[in-house]
Write a protein that binds this ligand. Structure first.
Ligand SMILES: NC(=O)C1=CN([C@@H]2O[C@H](COP(=O)(O)OP(=O)(O)OC[C@H]3O[C@@H](n4cnc5c(N)ncnc54)[C@H](OP(=O)(O)O)[C@@H]3O)[C@@H](O)[C@H]2O)[C@H](O)CC1
Ligand SMILES: [K+]
Length: 243
């Protein structure tokens, strides 16, 4: 399905608009729907009935992309997966993020800190996939540590352990795509609200492309010059390619 994209600058503007005084969404509301839709994409791609594996490694970054990952982990647990979260640089700007972490503890979901051994979960015998919620549309290359080393590890295992990237594959330039030679190639990309330009650089033979974050009416989509996506029933994601 051909799709329109919005630049990183427009995506940030769109977010501000949704959370501005006129429309009035809160970040918490949008993040809940974003994380919920990523969990749905994981379930659609890796149905529990098709495998004996249930473990999912969720890598959560310091910004809102990481917040989407924290929410996603909670929904994955409700769906029947066993998520483990690696959260090396907790967001300390707002108490909301520590509330999300408390909710994970409430769900008995392990949350590993920067010093803990997260690479033990890069094991395709027990792990279904890795959710890449490290950085989204505000990432500015070059990547700083510890995230550079994390990306190196992911690059090494990506042929045997699928990566599901939230909104933007981490390390990619949001507008240009995979500019670094060792960029990760996700098996699944879940664009949120509307694909960012880097999504047009994915190879549909390698990467399944979904859009999620079902929270704008048609008129708002038209204001940002894209068509609403053909979500079915109560689905929170729709597959754009291959179809
Ligand atoms: N409407 C929607 O679609 C919604 C999308 N959501 C998600 O939010 C992200 C965008 O979130 P944002 O907080 O703006 O940014 P990121 O998570 O992408 O990243 C910001 C943090 O990353 C650090 N950063 C940036 N560049 C680097 C780098 N090269 N190396 C290391 N760290 C980096 C940055 O740190 P600074 O010190 O530079 O500030 C930030 O900590 C979007 O993509 C969606 O996933 C929301 O959930 C709402 C709805
Ligand atoms: K990401």
């Amino acid at each position: 399905m051909p799709f329109k994209t919005v630049t990183s600058k427009l995506a940030a503007q769109l977010d501000r608009d949704l959370m501005g005084p006129e429309i009035g969404f809160t970040l918490e509301q949008l993040m809940e729907l974003a994380g919920f839709s990523v969990a749905q994409a994981v379930l659609k791609e890796y149905p529990l009935a098709a495998s004996t594996k249930t473990q999912v490694l969720v890598l959560a970054g310091p910004g809102n992309n990481g917040g989407d990952g924290l929410v996603c982990a909670r929904h994955l647990k409700l769906f029947g997966f066993h998520p483990v979260v690696y959260y090396p640089k907790p967001n300390s700007k707002t108490p909301f993020f520590s509330r999300l972490v408390n909710q994970l503890k409430f769900f008995n979901i392990p949350v590993l800190n920067v010093d803990e051994n997260w690479t033990q979960f890069l094991d395709s015998d027990s792990t279904v996939c890795v959710v890449d919620a490290l950085f989204g549309f505000s990432f500015k290359p070059p990547v700083r540590e510890p995230f550079g080393s994390i990306l190196q590890q992911l690059h090494k295992v990506q042929d045997r352990l699928p990566i599901v990237s939230v909104d933007v594959p981490t390390g990619w330039d949001v507008d240009e795509g995979p500019v670094e030679p060792n960029s990760i190639i996700p098996k699944v990309l879940v664009s949120l609200t509307v694909p960012k330009p880097c999504a047009s650089k994915i190879d549909s033979l390698e990467t399944q492309h979904y859009v999620g974050g079902r929270f704008v009416p048609a008129e708002f989509a038209h204001k940002y010059k894209f068509e609403p996506f053909p979500y079915e029933n109560a689905d929170q994601v729709v597959k754009l390619s291959p179809n």
